[in-house]
Write a protein that binds this ligand. Sequence first.
Ligand code: PHE
Length: 352
Amino acid sequence: MNLEIKLAELKTKFENRLSSAKSSDEVNKFKVEALGKKGELTQILKQLGSLSVEERKEIGKKANEIRDQLNEKIELKRQEITKALVEEEIKKETIDVTLPGVDYLVGTKHVINIVIDDLVDFFRSMGYTVDDGTEIEDDKHNFEMLNIPQGHPARDMQDTFFLTSDRGNDWLLRSQTSPNQAHVLETHDFSKGPIRMISPGRVFRRDNDDATHSHQFYQMEGIVVDRNITMADLFGTLNITLKHFFGSEREVRFRPSYFPFTEPSVEADVSCFFCDGEGCSICKNTGWIEVLGAGMTHPNVFKAAGVDPDKYQGFAFGMGMDRFAMLKYGIEDIRDLYTNDVRFLEKFEGES
Ligand code: PHE
């Protein structure tokens, strides 16, 4: 019965080894050593030849049982190891909510964007669409189509950055958002309804920067075109817009003015909110502060875009966003809007 003892020993030895195995590699190795072709069980079975038929049968049966039992244990051990690995992975992935967080610096909305967003919301609520247009324009849309032909003195009022190209000096940085009037008039399909559009965006003019001048600034253009639009629509729209933005207690007045693309043209003033109309240095003792230019769309602008001026009328306006921001929030130097000093930017936190 020597072999039977050997078998029993083999079983306990590998059971012990298995129970201490830490990886499936180890399990595999033990399996080869115990049950493989050249493994210990095979070695024992090689000795069967020296036994009687009866004994061979019995030991052979025993050996098969032990192989089955060990295989089963190996399988269980493998599952155990995989389960432990998965659990360890899960443990690693759990988040320790008690760890102190990392403080990220969260920026604030720029005051120009606060102003633009407020007005965009306001105009949207009145059914206007919003089109930013492009900062690079051609001479045709920035000037020609707006009734400012070559040599027109109004060109000198907007000292322009021209971009050289192999097509000559056609391209420029828009000096106003008004080219968007030309674009919408050119492309609008009036069978789908009237034009009611605003265009907020950056414009550029050659200028020496100082407290009140900047070579780049923001405007918001507006244009409304339909049948039977009158100056009363212009007055009404701008009146409520200015009261919405500067406060319902402000008074609004319109003065005659001149722009090549509107006729008649006006400028709007609001009563000075620093002295309430008494007269101070900000309003140059007039009691009024100029805030925008506007007017009824000039027939030549309609014609240049292929719109019949006998059928359609419209009004347009242009507002300076920098000026709006400076007046509303008491900003004294326009350069503060572009130098992006965080201490300045943070002052407007919570304004929108
Ligand atoms: N584009 C004009 C400017 O920059 C403003 C304006 C726009 C005036 C629309 C009238 C109508 O000065």
